[in-house]
Design a protein around this ligand. Structure first.
Ligand code: GNR
Ligand code: NI
Length: 173
């Protein structure tokens, strides 16, 4: 397996809607495995293909705590089939927006349809952190970042902060 480089905003690949996958083959499984390794190394609880520069409709998720057994999910062509009417606000971060955090309101629970790593159709009902993470990843596959759920003013402020942090990092390297 190979750890991939994570794309940082504002790179255009993060804003582009992805292409659905035609079928699950060995090459796609390799991408999924590399994404999982990249996500664990980051570390993060989810990673979408655009975040490694690949505009395909696939993502990986594992919300297990560090003292729990790993519970990786590989999602090919995921879509939200149902979302709860009740919403909840919680803090989010993103590997493509390092050191930027904000409160985001989302449906509390979702039902997601997808193909698994073997190309088998599946459905998953989730709430809590898993529901939030699935929505965050599916947003990435539609070219949406968590800051896009915030007011224009807040988004501008956070993206300026990110640019400043990235400039400082560049100068230090
Ligand atoms: O690691 C991550 N943590 C996180 C926390 C709250 C809501 C969503 C996430 S996903 C994020 C990794 C990431 O950027 N996935 O796209
Ligand atoms: Ni993200």
């Amino acid at each position: 397996m190979t750890k991939l480089d994570i794309v940082i905003a504002p790179q255009p690949v993060l804003k582009a809607p992805t292409t659905p996958v035609e079928g699950v083959d060995d090459a796609l499984r390799r991408l999924l495995d590399d994404m999982l390794e990249t996500m664990y190394a980051a570390p993060g609880i989810g990673l979408a293909a655009p975040q490694v520069g690949v505009s395909k409709r696939v993502c990986v998720v594992d919300v297990a705590g560090k003292d729990e057994r790993p519970a990786p999910l590989f999602l090919v062509n995921p879509t939200i089939l149902m979302a709860a009417d009740e919403h909840e606000t919680a803090e989010e971060g993103c590997l493509s927006l390092p050191e930027i955090y904000a409160e985001v309101e989302r449906p509390l629970a979702v039902k997601v349809g997808y193909l698994d790593r073997d190309g088998e159709p599946r459905e998953l009902e989730a709430d809590g952190l898993l529901a939030r993470c699935l929505q965050h990843e599916i947003d990435h596959l539609d070219g949406v970042l968590f800051v896009d759920h915030l007011s224009l003013l807040k988004r501008k402020m956070l993206l300026r902060k990110l640019a400043k942090l990235q400039r400082a990092k560049q100068r230090a390297s």
